[in-house]
Design a protein around this ligand. Structure first.
Ligand code: SAH
Length: 246
């Protein structure tokens, strides 16, 4: 029996069934730190610390949009946040849940629901919204940004990370990572879906979120280390905040 999400279920929704199928296929390897998901495990402490530096997580209500196997959700819960991880790939959610059980992680829950549907159900309910490495996999990323802006409380934070779109990012993130270094499966990232920081900033501002900080993330293939810095040419993170209502 297949536990794949039935694509027809989402025919009119903001989801690409082929993208979900890619992640579902690999779902059993989410917590294998030497698998296709190694880069996410490697960057996890960096992004977690960065989020914490702006929005200390202890006691906060957090939603992680496109949580996959829960690499970030789990880590945020371990910092004392109350985390809801959502995704549309059921297999990944099962893996995430199993991991929480096995690792004894408290304060994390997983649910199959779209960002848009959750926004209708729980508007302005979350102190922190994270949406990492996900926007570049959906047909209408602006709609996800809108949902995130709806989910966050006034004064709360929304964190995004994605992949820039330019010749350098194509060379490094697609040709380099998928074809030369074999760090990611071929076809993981589609050039047309990659997002310029200016585009993301436009979608963010259209939802009345303020851009508070941008960070670039770079990979050094010789030391095999990632670092956060000012170079946003390839991978980048954007911290945004919803103004406090007055
Ligand atoms: N955010 C996680 C996983 C990133 S991989 C992390 O950074 O560790 C991208 C994830 O987005 C996958 O789990 C995939 O299933 C999910 N995804 C793709 N399209 C989606 C959609 N329309 N709604 C929710 N999740 C989606």
């Amino acid at each position: 029996m297949s536990t794949h999400t039935n694509p027809s279920q989402f025919s009119s929704a903001n989801v690409d069934p082929a993208e979900l199928a890619k992640f579902s296929e690999l779902a059993h390897r989410w917590w294998d730190t030497e698998s296709e998901f190694k880069p996410l495990h490697q960057i996890n402490p960096l992004r977690l610390n960065w989020i914490q530096s702006l929005a200390p997580l202890a006691g906060q209500k957090v939603v992680d949009i496109g949580c996959g196997g829960g690499i970030l959700s789990d880590a945020m819960a371990r910092q004392g946040a109350q985390v809801l991880g959502v995704d549309l790939a059921v297999k990944s959610l099962k893996v995430a849940q199993l991991h929480a059980l096995e690792a004894g992680t408290q304060g994390v829950q997983y649910r199959e629901i779209s960002a848009e549907d959750l926004a209708v159900e729980q508007p302005a309910q979350f102190d922190v919204v994270t949406c990492m490495e996900m926007l570049e996999h959906v047909p209408d990323p602006a709609s996800i940004v809108k949902a995130c802006a709806t989910l966050v409380k006034p004064g709360g934070w929304v964190f995004f990370s994605t992949l820039n779109r330019n010749p350098k990012s194509f060379l490094l993130a697609v040709v380099g990572a998928e074809y030369v270094l074999n760090m990611l499966p071929r076809g993981t990232h589609e050039y047309a879906r990659m997002i310029k920081p200016s585009e993301l900033a436009d979608w963010v501002r259209a939802q009345s979120l303020n851009v508070m900080q941008m960070k670039g993330m770079t990979y050094n293939p010789f030391t095999r280390h990632y670092a956060l810095g000012t170079d946003t040419d390839v991978n980048y993170l954007m911290a945004t905040q919803k103004p406090v209502a007055n």
